[in-house]
Design a protein around this ligand. Structure first.
Ligand code: ATP
Ligand code: MG
Length: 364
């Protein structure tokens, strides 16, 4: 879909920002460019919509050499989102979003109707359309930026550190929203970030750049974490990569055990071990410690808060985290509806990993 063939950018002062970049971005996927400051991420991105012209090599979009496209027309098929949204401060939110449709000759009425629709798509109430960008929170502005980039329904979306100006919690929300949108809209997205965690969270493929505009590795998040191509990538993906790699390991054969349970409000027998309290819908509420032996009704207030929950069918990282964060050392496993199905220990997760490693290396 987007094909970089030995693309180089050398600026007039001799700076080589991108050095012989060859990679192809698959249609309908999110590809992330990540790397330290100054390694050529923005330059690579801006060459795709001809805001920067390469000094060597070729870029194809949909099989077509972009040099054969008129830059203005090319950009209509390529949405562009930047840090701090880059909204026009003196235009209302609705008119910001309608920018490209208006440029393409839509009537004002049709463009505004489309803009209102897009507000909803990015999860904002339509009433915000009348406000000016300064009257929105940072996270809301970013959403408007995404809506504006989507307005002409471009097949390609370029996003340059779109979420880096918002705090980590809002940022996670925006990442989730982007993943949800992508599942619905099926765009080809190139997303630039400094942040390897963000890259791993949203990228189907990740290109790691290093100083001098050199591509250090182009791989799936799981490959990057488990098989970094060189020391630079290993360092860049960080110390916790082993643990974070568990995000990509399925919980398939993980055995779930049972533990004593009791319903909140019910009477509890004395003298048992850790007991998991459930509500009437079978949702975990917390733990009763072994030493709380007095017979009597189980009150919500007497429960020790539980750890994180592991949803069956999701990655092993969640199972290990559930076990490590549980006061009982027993990670609570729930089904998709949040209902209790069993518990796991950290040891079980480790044993499963060890078992798989043995199978992979053929030492069964
Ligand atoms: N117009 C320009 N003239 C000369 N050098 C430039 C120009 N624009 C960018 N550069 C240089 O090219 C290199 C790559 O810049 P680029 O903006 O692509 O990096 P980046 O990876 O996006 O960095 P950051 O993470 O800080 O945004 C840097 O060394 C930068 O100084
Ligand atoms: Mg940049």
């Amino acid at each position: 879909m987007i094909e970089f063939q030995a693309v180089t950018k050398r600026f007039d002062d001799g700076t080589v920002a991108v050095d012989e970049l060859t990679l192809s971005v698959q249609a309908g996927t999110i590809t992330v460019f990540v790397g330290p400051s100054g390694c050529g991420k923005t330059t690579s991105l801006r060459m795709v919509n001809r805001m920067v012209e390469p000094t060597g090599g070729t870029i194809l979009v949909n099989g077509k050499d972009i040099r054969d496209s008129d830059p203005a027309l090319l950009r209509r098929g390529i949405g562009y989102v930047i840090q701090q949204a880059g909204l026009f401060p003196h235009r209302s939110v609705l008119d910001n979003i309608a920018t490209v449709p208006l440029l393409s000759g839509w009537t004002r009425r049709k463009a505004r109707a489309r803009a209102a629709e897009l507000l909803e798509t990015v999860g904002l109430p339509v009433e915000l359309g009348k406000r000016y960008p300064a009257q929105l929170s940072g996270g809301q502005q970013q959403r408007v930026g995404v809506a504006r980039a989507l307005a002409a329904d471009p097949p390609v979306l370029l996003m340059d550190e779109p979420f880096s100006a918002v705090d980590p919690v809002v940022r996670e929300g925006l990442q989730d929203e982007l993943l949800r949108l992508q599942a619905e809209l099926d765009k080809t997205i190139v997303f630039v970030t400094h942040d390897i965690d963000e890259a791993v969270r949203i990228g189907e493929k990740i290109a790691v750049f290093r100083q001098g505009g050199v591509l250090a590795q182009y791989a799936t998040p799981a490959e990057l974490l488990t098989r970094p191509a060189n020391d630079f990538v290993a360092n860049f993906v960080g110390k916790d990569r082993g643990y974070r790699g568990l995000s990509f390991v399925e919980d398939g054969e993980l055995d779930v055990r049972s533990v004593d349970t009791v319903q909140v409000g019910a009477r509890r027998q004395a003298g048992t071990g850790w007991t998991l309290a459930l509500d009437a819908d079978n949702h975990p509420r917390g733990w009763l410690p072994p030493e709380s032996i007095a017979d009597g009704q189980v009150a919500e207030s007497s429960l020790v808060p539980g750890g994180s929950l592991h949803v069956r069918g999701t990655a092993l990282r969640g199972a290990l985290d559930a076990a490590l964060s549980s006061p009982a050392g027993l990670g609570v496993v729930v089904d998709e509806g949040g209902g209790y199905t069993g518990v796991v220990t950290a040891q079980q997760v480790l044993d499963l990993l060890e078992h798989r490693r043995e199978q992979e290396t053929g030492r069964v």
